[in-house]
Design a protein around this ligand. Sequence first.
Ligand SMILES: *Cc1c(COP(=O)(O)O)cnc(C)c1O
Length: 425
Amino acid sequence: MYYPHDFHRVKGELYCERVPVARIAEAVGTPVYIYSYKTLVDHFRKLQRAFRVMHPLICFSVKANGNLAILRLLVREGAGLDIVSGGELYKALLAGCSPSKVVFASVGKGAGEIREALRARIFCFNVESETELEAIDRIARAMRTVARVALRLNPDVEARTHHYIRTGVAESKFGIDQRAARLILQRHEAFPGVRMAGIHIHVGSQITEARPFVEGIRRAAAVIEDGRRAGAPLEWLNLGGGLGIIYKDERPQTPRQFAAAVLPTLCRLQVRLILEPGRFIVGNAGILVTEVLYLKRARGRRFAVVDAGMNDLIRPALYGAYHEVIPTGSAQGASNGQLRYDVVGPICESADVLARRRRLGRIRPGQFLAVLGAGAYGSTMASNYNGRLRPAEVLVRGTRWALIRRRETRRDLIRHDVIPHSLLK
Ligand SMILES: *Cc1c(COP(=O)(O)O)cnc(C)c1O
């Protein structure tokens, strides 16, 4: 199997690197996210190696996983960070990322966020509309500085992926259409507060083939050549993120195949390259471990009720996403091993189903299940819905492990609530 990770069985027991997953679950309780240091670093290096000839700036997408320890680890490997808010800028700087490696995308950057990012001297703004460009220009001039920007092109390419994570189609809210981008570049001198440093495209997420990227680059290339003729510098091409991983039976391109498909065009264009991978780096570097609370039957369906719900991992409920679910202990030798269960959480919503009709082997209350491929868009999307505490997070490196996020406390649930006694008298 091409896409390796460091969760594997030793004599039937599931390990993360060299630590039994169940041992961590017993020590810190469930639900708990567990990440492999080695998997994170391996994925980052693989991408780096595949694009070595271009010395790309690889900006890890903070929204995929914003844990400070994970950000710090990747920054130490040489990663920059791709942020989508002032909050993520705050975390990026705390994680020790050089501002010169921070790129800022978002369709709705506020004036305060733009000011803050300019003050921090981030590398580049990915600009999503002409009005945003005007705002950045105005704010930068007022601050007597020049903002480096990349116009986010809506490449208008169809990528076969989930409806909610398709971002590169013409009718999506993201980016600037090609005609408008060309017009802006022709008038680039009208924006003295910005430097048109590049073009940004982000075709979508969980894309398993090179074709949409190649098509996107082709369109970006036309805009770059056009813009350069008009005198815009356009030294950078930001290819965005979106590299797909294996959740079930996908056959995603390897970083090497991806690089082989896009490098020729990139070299011809003579651009510096930025990549913004999120899922590819962290997706299968993390699992969510949960305890089976009860087994129940209804109308011939069997349910395993577990202590993790859609508030901990919303992807199945939000996207209909598939995650493999496996017991952390030996799965063999059971009389009821062939039965299929719906793995459901405790949340009062019918959508709170982590997995449907799965064979879980011998299963009983008190045992742990691991939800695989939960490293990306798992903990960052967790919430307190139903008065639940967001889970603990653990990082494993070799035979050692450490808590990288404490489980929330009851106190966290009410921390920001205010009872206005003047109104309730
Ligand atoms: C979400 C996002 C990414 C990361 O996407 P992945 O599919 O996790 O690689 C990169 N760039 C932008 C602009 C994004 O919005």
